[in-house]
Design a protein around this ligand. Structure first.
Ligand code: KG4
Length: 333
């Protein structure tokens, strides 16, 4: 089956073509340059840029796959969660292509894409597994029972991990999106320089909270500034990153132990973070748990994971009605 996947949930316009699970093309048009001067995504600018990029990105994905629309068996688009204006561009474009060309259409949850993106790689995990999805919009832990059944075990109660990275980076005058700039600065910093708080929440909780950590970093910086002291950016970044990585690692392992699962999959933009990948892998090795994480291109938003998640959903439940609308909050419970 040849599948076209379209992703436009936030600030990246992405499209990919798959031949079953084989990626034939994976195209992404980033809006980072547009939003960086505002230090975060401006929803209206994001939707307008999607309008400009969607057609060239989709056509490019088809061309790189050496295919035309008539060769496509299924069109998939992200239905939610995300920015409504952004989602509507990709979702409506996909529905129009489907309607005019009489190609089946499926709308998928963006989180399902992240949970399943590991199936774009080889080797693949076996079910059931714990999937920790950490991005700019979410930090959640799921129990993946099969290709279409996911149980939410925990989620952030305030900022997502990527959001905390981006907000701390903005505070430190680092460019947007800040995660990669913080992790680069952390490379030459001491992770034990400052003891920033870890929010473990109630005993056994699989929920996250990163807003207190973010505030603590800001308070530390403000105190230093008030005392006319220089900020040690590398140490601040390394200590902040260490706190986020500690919590993500511990809670992911706890989820596996609590549910008797011996496979862990990491996904979402923050899983590009080298420190997180290394620490979780090390901890999994000690605990005799198999660990999987896709390459960074499949961690950040991409059309390939959307096409893949859509193909599994199509096999399970068939087409999505063209009357369906987009949604802003994840519907995976
Ligand atoms: O999944 P994604 O591409 O988009 C959504 O948010 O849906 O994730 C983007 C997030 C941003 O917050 C970005 O700062 C973060 O992932 N990120 C990182 C790294 N690379 C990207 N965070 C920490 N370390 C990184 N190396």
């Amino acid at each position: 089956m040849k599948i076209l996947g379209i992703e436009s949930s936030c600030d990246d316009t992405a499209a990919a073509v798959l031949d079953d699970e084989l990626v034939l093309s994976n195209v992404l048009s980033s809006q980072d340059e547009i939003h960086t001067r505002f230090g975060g995504v401006v929803p209206e600018l994001a939707s307008r840029q999607h309008m400009q990029s969607i057609q060239p990105v989709v056509m490019d994905a088809l061309a790189r796959a050496n295919l035309n629309l008539i060769d496509i068996d299924l069109i998939v688009a992200t239905q939610g969660p995300g920015l409504i204006g952004s989602l509507l561009v990709g979702f409506s474009f996909a529905k129009a292509l489907s309607c005019v060309n009489k190609i089946p259409f499926v709308g998928v949850d963006h989180m399902a894409g992240h949970i399943l993106s590991i199936f774009l790689e080889d080797p693949t995990p076996s079910f059931p597994y714990i999937a920790t999805v950490v991005s700019g919009g979410t930090s959640s832990i799921y129990l993946a029972e099969n290709h279409t059944t996911f149980k939410l075990l925990g989620r952030t109660r305030d900022d997502a991990a990527g959001e905390a990275f981006d907000k701390v980076a903005k505070f430190l005058h680092l460019p947007y999106p800040g995660g990669v700039h913080i992790s680069n600065a952390a490379l030459s910093g001491d992770p034990d320089a400052f003891k920033f708080p870890r929010a473990w929440l109630e005993k056994g909780s699989l929920d996250f909270s990163f807003s207190g950590l973010k505030t603590s970093v800001m308070n530390h910086c403000n105190q230093q500034i008030q005392q006319d002291k220089d900020l040690h950016i590398q140490n601040i970044c390394a200590s902040f990153q260490e706190a986020v990585v500690d919590v993500l690692t511990e809670k992911t392992i706890l989820a596996a132990k609590k549910h008797g699962i011996n496979t862990i999959v990491l996904g979402g933009g923050v899983s590009s973070n080298q420190s997180l990948r290394e620490k979780l892998k090390k901890k999994c090795d000690t605990e005799n748990i198999s660990f999987f994480v896709p390459r960074p291109a499949y961690c950040t938003d991409n059309g390939a994971m959307i096409a893949l998640a859509g193909s599994y959903k199509f096999k399970e439940t068939g087409e999505t009605s063209l009357e369906q609308d987009v949604y802003s909050r994840s519907q995976l419970s």
